[in-house]
Design a protein around this ligand. Structure first.
Ligand SMILES: Nc1ncnc2c1ncn2[C@@H]1O[C@H](COP(=O)(O)OP(=O)(O)OP(=O)(O)O)[C@@H](O)[C@H]1O
Ligand SMILES: Cc1ncsc1CCO
Ligand SMILES: [Mg+2]
Length: 264
């Protein structure tokens, strides 16, 4: 798996795929910097007048409902329809699903129209989309990833997509396969929007690897290893964020091997 991952990372760095993000105001800057650091090209664009044109240029489309407003829903639906027409992979982040009816219902509406390649959320968000009564605490999970396995499988079957549940151990399924990614560090959830960064990196890897679950596994492993590398240098969440971007930029094959990839 380390060689396959390294190949994908090299392809991202060589091909610099454009990743079109319709994402939230909190993380636009972090996400753009993380995509640049890993070697991709980010663009944030959400005006309904331009999203179809922008998506058509992209290697992947990332839809994130973190600071959702009614005006954005049409833009998201239009971008997703363009991506489907052109075979561009869509990665969907249901930020805060289960916290409010507006968020949960919008996810159902969008996903019901166009199924994505990957859904990436925390455990509460994934459980909410599967119809369980769990309550998302704002945008933060109130459950561990393994509690969401049944929910993840249900979504994988409902939308014929890969599902990533992030947490201390990430869980990835696509209805046929299941992977766990154990890399990561407890400082990661103390930096806002590293989940959104994970979703965007899944987009970058989907742009170079048509096997969505494998692409997602590679992206989540890169996240976890860079989290470990950054935490070793960080004094707290502030420097964690800075070191995380540097770790993404500098990540090499030796570090991948040294961080004990779990082949399961
Ligand atoms: N306790 C932990 N230990 C190790 N890694 C973690 C831990 N919690 C989260 N992570 C990692 O942090 C990243 C973000 O996952 P998290 O589940 O916090 O996303 P999220 O809740 O959607 O975050 P946000 O909404 O702030 O973007 C993932 O790469 C995940 O593996
Ligand atoms: C804190 C927060 N609120 C809406 S989106 C967001 C970023 C993390 O998901
Ligand atoms: Mg999130």
């Amino acid at each position: 798996m380390v060689d396959e991952l390294w190949n994908d990372l090299r392809r991202v760095r060589e091909e610099a795929p454009l990743v079109h993000n319709i994402t939230n105001f909190v993380v636009m800057n972090n996400t753009a910097n993380a995509l640049l650091a890993v070697g991709a090209l980010p663009v944030m664009a959400h005006a309904v007048e331009e999203v179809a044109e922008m998506t058509a240029l992209a290697g992947a489309l990332v839809i994130n409902i973190g600071t959702l407003a009614r005006e954005w829903i049409e833009a998201m639906a239009t971008a997703m329809a363009t991506a489907r027409e052109r075979g561009i992979p869509i990665v969907f982040d249901p930020v805060g699903a289960g916290a409010t009816t507006f968020r949960t219902q919008t996810c159902f509406d969008l996903l019901g129209r166009v199924a994505p390649a990957v859904i990436r959320g925390n455990a509460s968000e994934i459980m909410a989309l599967a119809g369980s009564a769990v309550r998302t605490k704002g945008v933060d999970s109130s459950a561990a990833a393994d509690a969401a396995e049944d929910a993840a499988l249900l979504l994988a079957r409902r939308y014929s997509c890969a599902v990533v549940v992030s947490g201390a151990v990430d869980l990835l399924v696509d209805g046929k396969r299941k992977f766990l990614v154990r890399n990561g560090h407890p400082l990661m959830p103390k930096v806002t929007g590293l989940g959104c960064t994970a979703t965007a990196l899944v987009g970058a890897f989907c742009a170079v690897n048509g096997d969505s679950l494998t692409a997602a596994r590679h992206a989540m492993t890169v996240m976890g290893i860079c989290g470990e590398l950054a935490a070793a240098k960080a004094a707290g969440p502030g420097s964690m964020q800075v070191h995380f971007i540097d770790a993404l930029y500098n990540l090499d094959a030796e570090q991948l091997r040294a961080h004990g990839l779990d082949p399961r």
